[in-house]
Design a protein around this ligand. Structure first.
Ligand SMILES: [Zn+2]
Length: 638
């Protein structure tokens, strides 16, 4: 689905070697860019000067292929005449136009959405869909097509169902009967797209039906905004901007139209760029910038971080350089459209070099929850994860978090993999959930109520010398104690405290393979406190089928592609030295952006590596590299 346009070598070089961005009417080479316009702004667009003054500011700083013109939000309904004038404005400038709907009553009142058991509001929802489908051949629903209503009517209609089941059923019916059918009745050509928000672990609770709706709608779209991981109330990890796009692409292959990012909640400007980049590393064919109003907000100087000016991937000082237009005039960056444009230019020069994303497969059943959003923490530890909604029986390694408990037959599926000689790693949370559900048939482990508080870790077989080694983290972490039967299963990595230890990584042989159990700290954030050596040992097992691994502290992520190309991206505020371990025969590693060819570091004497089931692994080469703060490097094996 990725758009590949022809471009000359000169075009690549000009982007790489000149310091200012040459504005041209042509879009980016590898993706489309859309700007979403809320009803609050669209209602002013009939006034030509109001629109032209603002649009010029945006379009001089970022290349825009398309706009979404919203017809409804918070009970503001934009009339046909206004939409028609706005459409003419954009189309006369070669900008594509699509419609948007936000089904909110009051966004500022805890996201008050429509009540879908209220006959008047149902009728209103239907009329908005018809009105919009009459005006556009493509309509996207912003991510408020859910219900959190607990009015008396909804309580009565819920009956004995859980809120989750009631809302899943209600919204599936509403999607079909109030939105898509009426829209298609007035415009059979209309493409109806549902955009999903960033809270994928909790969709079902408010009726987002990821199983049924992608079949009802022509397309889906992904909210890839993650904002600040610490201070926002969602605490989403940066890796999620990549993972959620891949997950939804796996839900509707070829049908995930793009990633959607806003400018909210950041402490430094890189955070905005990272969200755009990660959506594109996941191969989003389109990026939607939310929104028209925010693209006009002034650039805040306080978002310039300490590391800016040191040629990091997003360099604030470079971003602020004047933009040269085709007629030779210079535009000074002024609003948030420019950081967007600058960030997109940085990655457009190499996205076509990336193959198909590959990663460790992890199964998350529809409407499941458990160890919420955990996969993103592993992504931030350098373990690439591809979430899939159906069990990936073909994968040689499957990782399962607690959410897999929603599959009633999950133990049989794990057994099936082990019988087939494939490996499975489950979390301590899933182990707990499967106690009494048959996991004992594979191995008798006990997830206890007791805790271990420690900062010492021990690996039985040291990485280089096969002697034991102890590693310390700077902070103590709290883990659940898992008990096992002597000589029946084995501690691979242990936590040590008060003269005793408990498993962090545990393994048990079964049939033709091995089940691993990864102990998850009570606070997922403590995964970031695991020593780099411990992370390496976990990666050794989990990433055994990938051709590359990065040995580093946490918060350095890896994005792998099937054409021997990969990206290493650091989210740390200081430079980090990493070891890139490539497990195939290669002559060198080329940095695609600088042209530098890295040579292999000398292998330590007597080093012998073993993979799954103790198999000796073939060629392994280690390269040393440094990654700047909040920066990525793109490598190609040669
Ligand atoms: Zn209600």
């Amino acid at each position: 689905m990725l758009k590949h346009k022809n471009r000359s070598v000169w075009a690549i070089w000009s982007l790489m070697i000149i310091s200012c961005f040459c504005y041209s009417a042509n879009g980016y080479q590898n993706f489309d860019v859309a700007i979403y316009c809320r009803a609050q702004e669209v209602q002013h667009m009939a006034e030509p000067n109001w629109l032209k003054d603002r649009w010029d500011v945006i379009a001089h700083q970022v290349k825009v292929d398309k706009v979404y013109l919203e017809t409804h939000r918070d009970v503001i309904l934009v009339d046909e005449e206004t939409i028609t004038k706005a459409r003419q404005f954009f189309e006369s400038r070669g900008v594509k136009v699509a419609g948007g709907i936000t089904y909110t009553i009051s966004e500022s009142n805890r996201f008050k959405t429509f009540c879908y058991t209220n006959p008047e509001q149902r009728q209103k929802a239907r009329e908005i869909a018809e009105h919009t489908a009459r005006l556009f051949d493509e309509v996207i629903l912003d991510d408020f097509f859910f219900t959190n209503c607990k009015c008396e009517s909804c309580i009565k209609a819920k009956g004995n169902k859980s809120w989750t089941q009631f809302r899943l059923d209600l919204m599936e019916e509403a999607a079909r009967e109030l939105i898509v059918k009426p829209a298609k009745a007035v415009n059979p050509k209309v493409k109806m797209v549902i955009k999903y928000p960033n809270w994928y672990e909790h969709y079902q609770g408010c009726g987002y039906n990821l199983e049924a709706e992608p079949k009802i709608f022509d397309g889906i779209y992904t909210g890839t905004e993650t904002r600040d991981p610490v201070y926002t109330d969602q605490h989403l990890q940066q890796y999620q901007s990549y993972l959620i796009f891949r997950f939804l692409e796996n839900v509707k292959p070829g049908g995930n139209g793009g990633g959607w990012v806003d400018t909210g909640a950041m402490r430094y400007m890189d955070r905005y760029a990272e969200q755009l980049w990660l959506s594109l590393f996941a191969k989003a064919p389109e990026i939607t910038l939310f929104d028209f109003r925010r693209m006009l907000q002034p650039i805040r100087q306080e978002l310039r971080a300490d590391w800016h000016g040191t040629q990091t991937s997003f360099d604030f000082d470079q971003m602020m350089l004047p933009i040269k237009r085709q007629d030779g005039t210079l535009i000074t960056p002024s609003t948030m459209a420019r950081p967007a444009g600058y960030a997109l230019e940085q990655v457009d020069v190499f996205l076509d070099k990336l193959g198909k994303p590959i990663a460790v497969m992890s199964y998350k059943p529809y409407h499941s929850t458990g160890e919420d959003f955990l996969h993103n923490f592993l992504g931030m530890c350098g373990i690439p994860i591809d979430l899939v909604p159906n069990f990936p029986a073909e994968a040689n390694m499957v990782f399962l978090a607690e959410s897999a408990k929603f599959d009633d037959t999950i133990v049989d599926k794990i057994k099936g993999q082990l019988m087939d000689g494939k490996t499975v790693m489950i979390t301590s949370g899933l182990l707990r959930a499967l106690q009494g559900r048959g996991i004992e048939d594979i191995v008798e482990l006990r997830y206890t109520d007791r805790k271990d508080v420690t900062n010492k870790f021990w690996h039985r077989r040291a990485f280089w010398s096969r002697r034991g080694a102890t590693y310390e983290s700077s902070t103590k972490i709290v883990i659940p104690q898992i008990k096992y039967l002597t000589n029946d299963s084995w501690e691979e990595i242990s936590c040590l405290t008060s003269g005793i230890g408990y498993p962090i990584l545990h393994s048990a042989d079964y049939a033709n393979s091995r089940l691993y159990v990864l102990t998850i700290p009570d606070n997922f954030g403590d995964l970031y406190n695991l020593p780099a050596e411990v992370l390496t040992q976990i990666k050794e097992v989990l990433m055994q089928d990938l051709y590359v691994r990065v040995d580093s502290p946490s918060q350095v992520a890896l994005f792998t592609y099937d054409n021997d190309t990969f990206i290493v991206e650091s989210f740390l505020p200081e430079p980090v030295d990493v070891g890139i371990v490539v497990t195939k025969k290669i002559s060198g590693l080329r940095d695609i952006l600088t042209g530098e060819v890295l040579s292999a570091s000398a292998a330590p004497p007597g080093r012998q590596m073993f993979g799954r089931q103790g198999r000796a692994v073939g060629d392994r080469v280690t390269f040393n590299a440094q990654i700047k703060p909040h920066s990525y490097r793109v490598f190609k094996c040669e």
